[in-house]
Design a binder for this molecule. Sequence first.
Ligand code: NAP
Length: 325
Amino acid sequence: MHSPAPHVLHYGISKPLIDAGISQHFTPVRIPNDTDYSGLAGSEAAAIRAIAAGGGHDPIDARFFDRLPHLEIVASFGVGYDHIDAAEAARRGIVVTHTPDVLTDDVADIALALLLSTVRRTGEAERFLRSGAWLADAFPPTASLRGRSVGILGLGRIGKAIARRVEAFGLPVSYCGRRNQPEVDYPYYADVLDLAGAVDTLVIAAPGGAATDGLVGRAVLEALGPNGIVVNVGRGSIIDEAALAGALADGTIAGAGLDVFAHEPQVPEALLACANAVLLPHIGSASHHTRDAMARLVVDNLVAWFAGKEPLTPVPETAGRRTAA
Ligand code: NAP
């Protein structure tokens, strides 16, 4: 007798390519409210060997793992996985995979779109035209990219793709991270405050989580100065949003372009009130091309794992688990 195809729990995600891939290769399990796993019954929970997870903010942590005694792998849709306790997963021998690389270029594009629209006020200018105001007067001149220097917080896959684009615009790049990258020519700053003091444009492409929580606060914004621009495509939690709204309102910095927020989809009223902020609803990777590639990678990781192979794109904390087992 054939054993049934492994049970895979859909958690916080529903995409046609993922649904079709899981239905083709596995036994899909859905829970009525995908933000609440307490509804998982004992025998159903015991059958689950994998989770296909959304890249959202619902935590996948020890309490969740406790309910799923036979869980082997969590395949997450997205590259950031601060909502998953990967260290705890590693301790339990559970593999976590994510979707790096396939989304890098689209996210870097959105960083540049935010940079341009913040500095040149293209959103405001378009609203000006649509309102008919152009019939009465010209849109006023704006700040410029010319003469700017760009600091990147988090020079990883996406940060480097942003750096390449910024270089193509003729602007100097420097960066901050936990370690110097000798293979990279850009100046390195170990402290984000020192980076902010050396540049006027800060682009954030670092991961979320405890280590980066509130890293960009009032002091960093003051160091950027009155021409300062902040762009964030990393995680909303990296910026102290109240401090940012204050700095935008009182002219401590000139503008901000944000694709991510601390409590999505909630956006603080104080930021909504800032005309010098360009605000996007977390669309960095949200093109058909990239979302399809991410969905395929979620399924391919699960297929590889249950075929007895290494997962394709494990997070560093759980890399090499199959070999180790
Ligand atoms: P990555 O290749 O791992 O790059 C992350 C970079 O951040 C690394 O260079 C790392 O350098 C640095 N970093 C890590 N921890 C840090 C810390 N505590 N302080 C300062 N720098 C730190 O990841 P990626 O693929 O470029 O993705 C980066 C992030 O972008 C994701 O984690 C996700 O949050 C975000 N993202 C957003 C969207 C969107 O739609 N807006 C889409 C995809 C990803 P060191 O190791 O030297 O510190």
